[in-house]
Ligand binder design. Structure first.
Ligand code: SF4
Length: 93
């Protein structure tokens, strides 16, 4: 989330509050995989995980780890959801 944007209330209760922002916006260096795993582990124990996930999916956040997902994870989830909706529509028609 960019600094100029309003932060949702639930974000103040996130497990990442007070953490180094680089944890959830890791640089793609040699430690990238380990840093992503560390950020995801923090998310899995977060009390606002579901709020965060809904936000990241709705906002189509392209950067950072949100609700234990990378942007690549979220792209796959959106594609799977869209495929599921198309399948439901095909069955219903
Ligand atoms: S789920 Fe992760 S990114 Fe979202 S508020 Fe919690 S710790 Fe932060």
């Amino acid at each position: 989330m960019r600094d100029t944007e309003a932060r949702p209330d639930w974000l103040t209760r996130g497990a990442c509050r007070g953490e180094d922002p680089d944890l959830h916006f890791p640089v793609k260096d040699t430690n990238y995989a380990a840093n992503v795993a560390k950020a995801k582990a923090l998310c899995w124990n977060c009390p606002v995980l579901q709020d965060c996930f809904r936000y990241a999916m709705a906002a189509q956040e392209e950067l950072g780890i949100w609700a234990g997902t990378t942007n690549a994870d979220r792209i796959k989830m959106r594609a799977a959801a869209a495929a599921g909706q198309r399948a439901e529509m095909a069955v219903a028609s």
